[in-house]
Ligand binder design. Sequence first.
Ligand code: ACO
Length: 330
Amino acid sequence: MASCTTAILGTGSYAPAKVLTNDDLAQIVDTSDDWILSRTGIRERRLADPGETTSDMAARAAATALADAGLLPAAIDAVIVATMTPDMPMPSTACFVQHKLGIPDHAACFDLNAACSGFLYALDTACALVESGRYRHALVIGAEKISTVLDWQDRTTCVLFGDAAGAVIIGRSARPDAGFLGCNLNANGSVAEILCIPGGGSKLPVSADLLASRQQFIKMKGREVFKIAVRAMEESAREILEQHQLRPDQISCVIPHQANLRIIELIAEYLGIPLDRFFINLDRYGNTSAASIPLALDEARRAGRVRAGDLVLMTAFGAGLTYGSALIRL
Ligand code: ACO
């Protein structure tokens, strides 16, 4: 079993104030509260203001996490932002966050894109940095202004997502019972194009034709993603439990990526973990991509659903298709 001395020292989250309900969406596209709720479990989601950037949301979540950990910005020596909706293609959103929080120049700052699995990829990276002994405290953020890459004419995707940010501080814990146990990260690039933003990169650079054909927005084969996601999360969760010789009933709380209630219900059934041990907040936020797990973790902590010493399983999937699971004792 991996060392347990690297741990989550604090959590924070931020969601914009503006709420977009399913009824509001029915004014924009041909949909209904009944369809969205029954197919996904989502009731409403948050939308960032036009002037509010991914780094603004990230910095607010991070400031809360720093306060929760009792640390000053100067204590941070790595900032990793998991996002697929950066402020700009270049430089990284992490550099904007560093500046907004007053984190000193000695910190390494970079973004990481694993779509909705991004937070687990960033968490594992941060834990490795801290375990190496070369970094004391890493700030790990999942943040998305996903409303900017949604096609508000496409009812099959625009109803699913929302904007938000979540953050954790990784460092050495004085508590020997707290710690990061491990993470498995996976990807299946052979199905990369079933969930993608086709335009805006080197393959299809921005052009008038690209914008006219709406290739700058998320495209998704929802049914295919659904099937792969359920199997991928189940397999990776099962694998990490086996690696650590843990039974499902030893898990205090599962924090799954919040994409679709039906996906979560199936994972609960296949893993044999009762649904009431899953923390679910997608009804209020929709799928916030890389922000979903840290937002849920922070809410679960603040609501008393998870406490110090609890064994928490996190599991995610996202475009790539990427997927993975992590085990942490709070
Ligand atoms: N309102 C009303 N009707 C709709 C809507 C909508 N918002 N969207 C689709 N429909 C219609 C379709 O047009 C279709 O109509 P038809 O039968 O006349 O052709 C019908 O509803 C059924 O459509 P399906 O796509 O088959 O519906 P399904 O039950 O599969 O649910 C959904 C769709 C919710 C997208 C589901 O497939 C899903 O959740 N997939 C996983 C998606 C996901 O989690 N993506 C996040 C990935 S994470 C990341 O990295 C971004």
